[in-house]
Design a protein around this ligand. Structure first.
Ligand code: FRU
Length: 325
């Protein structure tokens, strides 16, 4: 519509997957409330070089603010520092860099989530058992923090042994492959902790192939709603539990606009997490179903308003033409 777009926000996502899509949807939805802003999205497909290229491109296109979820911390730090030093505000989401050259960070505490997973494992295994960890991309901060959290929690339980820790780069297909080869080597596994639900699903698939999925429990992170995702996996019993890793796209957009318009904002926005297990997965499924319906209604209202606005605009043109004649 005729509104002037005064601000352009560039979003550089490290990956394309259902979790990223949900965050992007939330950002787009929240942007409806800021007609003076336009958001452009780039997705790097888990590729550092591509993400550096994306950020350079957004800078060349003179975005007013950058939102970045850096694929790997070390490699992405210089280009983000470069943008920041040029005066472009930078909001880091979910993943961090090894530098304080950024404007704000928004995300859940990955160390705390890892620690809670460790405690959960200890209580489910009653202090004794063998654990396999399927980690996210090692160079990304959530993987490092989740690993450290779990390890610290398990220090209190000497009879729980982490027999293997393998990097599956946040991807389902890779988790299936690495867990498949692990199964052929590791005789006994009581618990599998995958750093996200997608990798838990991949590991589970490999276990099913050998008819061994009942021998062990699977725990993940993310707890997305929707068919095949975390909450459903818990409800169906495929996952023993998962932890909510909020996408927080609405907060991202709100923070971006506060920064751009000179309003106060938080430097660190801590999104909260919670355990999803058999006991609450059904309730969560019901509630997220309702939220989804409300979301669809909001989208419908937006479409209608746009429709009316266009009609109104063309009527005005007509009226003007009549008056002139
Ligand atoms: C999505 C994702 C999530 C994970 C997060 C960690 O791209 O892989 O599944 O929790 O990134 O940064």
């Amino acid at each position: 519509s005729g509104q002037q777009r005064r601000y352009v926000i560039g979003v550089s996502q490290c990956s394309d997957d259902e979790w990223r899509e949900q965050m992007n949807r939330e950002i787009t939805r929240e942007a409806l409330f800021y007609p003076e802003a336009e958001v452009v999205f780039r997705s790097a497909g888990d590729d550092n070089k591509r993400q550096i290229h994306d950020i350079e491109l957004l800078m060349r296109n003179k975005v007013d603010l950058l939102v970045v979820s850096p694929n790997e911390a070390d490699v992405l730090t210089p280009v983000i520092e470069k943008a920041y030093s040029k005066g472009i505000p930078v909001i880091l989401v979910d993943r961090k860099i090894h530098s304080n050259q950024y404007t704000a960070y928004i995300g859940a505490d990955n160390y705390a989530i890892g620690y809670n997973v460790g405690e959960y494992i200890a209580s489910r295994l009653q202090g004794k058992g063998r654990v396999v960890e399927v980690t996210g991309l090692r160079g990304s901060t959530p993987a490092a923090e989740r690993h450290r959290g779990m390890t610290d929690a398990l220090r209190e339980y000497p009879d729980i042994r982490v027999t293997a820790s393998v990097d599956a780069g946040w991807r389902r297909d890779r988790a299936r492959l690495v867990f498949d080869s692990l199964l052929t080597h590791a005789p006994e596994i009581d618990m599998v902790f995958a750093h996200n639900d997608r990798m838990a699903a991949g590991a589970y698939e490999a276990a099913v192939k050998y008819g061994r999925e009942k021998e062990m429990l699977f725990v993940g992170i993310d707890a997305l709603a929707g068919e095949g995702y975390g909450v459903e996996q818990v409800a169906s019993g495929q996952l023993d539990a998962t932890f909510i890793y909020p996408t927080g796209g609405d907060r991202v957009m709100q923070t971006a606009m506060a920064i751009l318009t000179g309003k106060p904002y938080e430097h660190d926005v801590a999104l909260s997490s919670a355990l999803v297990n058999k006991g609450n997965a059904r309730v969560m499924r019901m509630q997220t179903g309702q939220i989804r319906q409300l979301d669809e209604k909001i989208d419908m209202l937006d479409k209608r308003i746009n429709h009316f606005l266009t009609r109104y605009a063309s009527q005005r043109v007509l009226l003007y033409t009549c008056v002139v004649m």
